[in-house]
Ligand binder design. Sequence first.
Ligand code: HEM
Length: 407
Amino acid sequence: MTPEILYALRDPAGVPTHPWLFLILGALTLALHMAAVQVMLGTGLLTLRGAYSRNPFWRRLAAHMLITAKIAVSVAIVIGVAPLLFVQVVYDPFWYTSNVLSAWWVIGFIFILIAGYIALYVFYWKNHHLETEGGRSGHWLVLSLALLVGVGYIVHALTNQMLFPEEWLAWYAPGGTIQPDGQQLHYSYPLRFGFFIALSLPVTGAWLLGYRRFQQGRPDADALYIAWLKPRALGLLVVGGLLAVLLGALWMLTLPEKMAWFAASPWVYVALGALLVTVALPLALGKTLDKGYWGYATFGLGAVALIVVCAVREVLRYFTLWGSHGYDALDYSVHMDWYSLILFLLTFAILGGVTLGYMLTVAWQAGQTVGRYSPSPALSRLGSLSIGLLVVWTLAYFGIGFYVWAN
Ligand code: HEM
């Protein structure tokens, strides 16, 4: 496929701000998406492991992790939309072609996701007394995790098909016969997929360390439970981290020919370093882990490591499409649209900041309270402010729309 054809597929409208902003936000929001996906899968697995145990600590952990998994799946889905928007803006010829080639799966993705989400809730509804009575109907949780991993597999295939324009014609018309049904996923790379899925283990280990620190902050902290958690969290972090690094190394060593240069590039070492430093942090901290807020530091550093991994993944894509196919994602024509850019940034910073700040503070304080929790008057005012801001935002959004339409 020549660069001219790829450029001809590009949206002639250009982009409303410089493409580098989309690339940066794409990598940043993908890292948030991956963190939520990995917490979702890891806490789901811990729930499965603990729900059927006779050990009351395992069952307590399972009950708490089930709540985490339930929330993480929503966060993963909502945040997944952000990199989706960015990838289709700066890689539109590739993303849309890949989607059309597997259209059946792009639509199926939604139904599989809904089924996976519902299966998780069915398990939750059947297990309101998981801690005291143990787990019931675990097949719903197994089904849910399988469907959710299946959803990830579809996105993985779509993301990888876009990197091989030289194959598109053969996929669309194998042997010269057009197959327009979009029923096939044409390309996947199990080591790459395995790397991202295996990262669930260390990310969940880091999450558990934070959870442990959160438990320490409760007035009724259970020292035995907190001590029991530590080796489990460290085990997940270290063994899981090494497994993920191994899969990542195998992925790099077996990269397709046109990407092979990447394996020896400094980018790979930057990502490797970020992952290894995260795994080593709690070991290096020793007893300091239990002082101050250090218990949360591993997850914080892990989030930074995920941003690095996603940025490096973007470097691989950008240079593959540029170097092998002559397509530069940074040379879109820019038609600066200040209004939508400022609206986007303000929505993100002010509306998102106030609303999320309110919800996270309430959840945090409620989790640290024994008995009934009532938010302070100042916090309740923040809640009212977030509703007020949402109303103002909606009025401004539709108001400008009607103004432009009427003029
Ligand atoms: C809930 C189950 C999900 C799982 C397990 C999952 C997993 C993954 C994985 C492993 C990747 C990296 C693929 C690769 O680079 O090879 C990925 C990327 C991505 N995911 Fe998800 N995902 C899930 C749901 C979603 C949803 C619901 C959305 C959209 C609303 C979404 C949007 C994306 C996008 C846009 C990318 C790629 C972005 C890019 O190529 O720049 N994901 N996901």
